[in-house]
Design a protein. Sequence first.
Length: 113
Amino acid sequence: MHRSRVELIEPSCRVTGLTDRRFLRASHIKPWADSDNRERLDGHNGLLLSPHVDHLFDKGFVTFANDGALIVSESVPQSVLSAWKVSSDVSARPLLPGQEVYMEYHRKEVFLA
């Protein structure tokens, strides 16, 4: 996925609200290893995330509902969420229709329910 394609879709980190793109990572929703070449380059298969949120997302500790709400795995210690100031009370921004298919995959195959 080209970062520039994700930046056309995602204005900020969905959890922290950070907009300074120098400090954000473009993260695949459906992992690179599980994607075909079209999916790898599709900007809808990406999110801009702060590095600590990207880590949680890539490892399946968090995911997102289609309405944009953050879903946190029960396996994440509250101490981590507190230290990283990650809360499920974030202001949700709904996923775009093109992102929903990828996020469904993430919720089923990556997220640690």
